[in-house]
Design a protein around this ligand. Structure first.
Ligand SMILES: *Cc1c(COP(=O)(O)O)cnc(C)c1O
Length: 362
């Protein structure tokens, strides 16, 4: 008997997540020097980790023999002070992706429905399918989440609804007023998740803390992977009413977040100057890229995040051409947008090189 016959049907039909290609893979495949390749495919921070976080991570390595604090006490308390919440309103994950998976463990059974926009972050759909639940995908309108249509897609079977703002891959946001009204109108049996992975890049980002204070079934997700430049260390968090957090904590591994990541995240929170610099450079990069696309006569979607969608025609061909020139970006056919590429905003020099590779690959 084959192993495959033994696994659950949800696992057998589970789609595979396609990450941005690592630099080393592209170098091997194309015979290029890895040092000459830039990766602008996964919305990583072109300025690296904050120097304070890096120093803290190195220091934490000295005690690599000790298990991490499974309760992430210091990090939860630091976040609590920053948010004006209590520490028991934070759940820390091995990346915010783990918190999405914890929601699946805690909430989803076969027959349940999960409502989400499309295109949006593909992990919502993957987690839904993994737990045998049914994704209900609501098309974006003008590349933006249409919260009325999302609300209309909710049924008695709906357990979860995901709204990504700014949305990956479109970079578009919904307003604070829209999001608050949407959440306040949800029925009692639905948990709303607002994924704020890129919120720190947004000028005057929506503040959804009132929903948590009101005790609604709302969980907001944040990550240290993007503006804090710690994607490799895997640390993110959710904030929610304490009763939700307590139940989610039951389904996580005891030591889900390693000590290096906890130390780095703590130090990153003390480095507001670094985050501000990254947000400022990113805004300038978005202007630089928009001007570049304009010169090439290419349509793009105005973005508030650290990435931008650009319409290039044959996305797969242009992606391959740019990769030949040592610039890795993200093709969008997997998101049902084969004419588009998603480009991460890099440093000024990286953006220039990306625009040149794009022009040569058209
Ligand atoms: C990058 C990203 C995340 C971050 O995931 P981590 O697991 O924290 O690295 C979360 N949500 C979205 C929409 C993202 O694009």
């Amino acid at each position: 008997m084959k192993f495959e016959a033994l696994v659950s049907p949800a696992v057998r039909s589970q789609p595979v997540y396609e990450p941005g290609k690592p630099i080393e893979y592209v170098a091997r495949e194309l015979g290029l020097d890895p040092a000459g390749i830039i990766k602008l495919a996964s919305n990583e921070n072109p300025f690296g980790p904050s120097p304070k976080a890096l120093a803290a991570a190195k220091a934490a390595l000295e005690h690599g023999e000790i298990y991490p604090d499974g309760g992430c006490y210091d990090l939860r308390h630091k976040l609590a002070a920053a948010y004006g919440f209590s520490a028991d309103q934070f759940i820390i994950g091995n990346g915010s992706n783990e918190v999405i998976e914890l929601l699946g463990h805690a909430l989803l059974r076969p027959g349940d429905e999960v409502v989400m926009g499309t295109p949006a972050f593909v992990v919502y759909k993957l987690v839904t399918l993994l737990f045998g639940a049914t994704p209900v995908e609501v098309p974006l309108v003008n590349h933006r989440h249409d919260l009325e249509r999302i609300a209309a897609a909710i049924t008695p079977k709906t357990k979860l609804v995901f709204v990504c703002t700014p949305n990956n891959p479109t970079g578009t946001t919904n307003t604070e007023a829209e999001l608050l009204a949407f959440a306040r109108a949800l029925p009692e049996h639905v948990v709303a998740v607002f994924d704020e992975a890129y919120a720190e890049y947004v000028t005057n980002a929506p503040d959804l803390r009132a929903l948590i204070r009101e005790g609604r079934k709302v969980l907001c997700l944040r990550t240290f992977s993007k503006i804090y430049g710690l994607a490799s260390l895997r640390v993110g968090y959710g904030y929610a009413p304490a009763d939700m957090v307590a139940l989610l904590n039951r389904v996580r591994q005891p030591f889900n977040v390693n000590a290096i990541a906890q130390a780095a995240a703590l130090a990153a929170l003390d480095d507001g100057a670094f985050a501000e610099k990254c947000a400022r450079e990113n805004r300038q990069g978005l202007v630089q890229l928009a001007a570049g696309f304009n010169q090439l006569g290419l349509e793009s979607v105005p973005s508030e995040a650290n990435f931008i969608l650009v319409k290039v025609g044959e996305g797969a061909r242009v992606f391959a051409g740019m990769q030949q020139r040592g610039v890795i970006v993200r093709p969008m056919q997997g998101y049902g947008m084969p004419e588009w590429l998603r480009l991460t905003v890099g440093s000024h020099a990286q953006n220039e090189r990306m625009l040149a590779a794009l022009a040569q690959s058209m």
